[in-house]
Design a protein around this ligand. Structure first.
Ligand SMILES: [Zn+2]
Length: 206
């Protein structure tokens, strides 16, 4: 087995790359390579279109997942009414304007009202929305709205800190600069103390 093929298969083990359509992304990619003056048949590129297709399907596999199903069965009734915070969740997404990566950290907090969601589900929820074509603002809102819709907490706060390669690689943005977006719902929006507690808890994480 060639190294190339091994890599493709390892990638597919991470998550099944269910084919959405029978249209071969690889065939299109061969044309794209030609259009930039490359020879898609030369040794190094021979399997690149297939590798690209596999990777791209994995990076957009969030379309195959449903937040409802992901959170179902992971909700618990509790009397806990303090802030639940999961911080420094790493995410990798693709900007929908350039199909280039943006990535960074996501911090999610909520104050339960009788119901909590399994802690491990929160990073999975972040990944699910990140593995779609996104803009950072929508990614942030979708995470907050999904939690709000599923467990109706007293409030939800989401902060996303991202670096966008479409900006960095083109020199539009300095290498070290970050884009920060936030979504505050319920008590996180209405109560400055709650919001401040959340922001001070995540500030210590950098
Ligand atoms: Zn972009």
């Amino acid at each position: 087995m060639s190294d190339d093929r091994k890599q493709v298969e390892e990638l597919s083990l991470t998550e099944p790359g269910d084919a959405v359509s029978s249209v071969s992304i690889a065939d299109h990619m061969r044309k794209i390579l030609q259009s930039i003056g490359e020879d898609p048949n030369r040794d190094g590129l021979r399997r690149t279109p297939e590798r690209f297709e596999k990777a791209f399907r994995f990076l957009t596999s969030g379309y195959q997942q449903d937040p409802e199903k992901l959170l179902n069965g992971a909700m618990f009734s509790v009397s806990y009414d303090q802030m639940v915070l999961v911080k420094d969740i790493e995410f990798y997404s693709l900007c929908e304007h350039h199909l280039l990566p943006f990535f960074g950290k996501c911090h999610v907090a909520y104050i339960p009202d009788k119901k909590v969601v399994g802690l491990s589900k929160i990073p999975r929820l972040v990944n699910m929305f990140a593995r779609r074509l996104q803009i950072q603002e929508r990614l942030t809102n979708q995470i907050a709205n999904a939690i709000q819709a599923k467990i109706a907490p007293l409030g939800v706060g989401v902060v996303v800190e991202g670096r966008h390669l479409c900006m960095v690689m083109r020199g539009v943005e300095k290498e070290s600069s970050q884009t920060v977006t936030s979504a505050m719902l319920g008590s996180f929006k209405d109560n400055p103390k709650t919001r401040e507690e959340f922001l001070s808890l995540i500030r210590g994480s950098k």
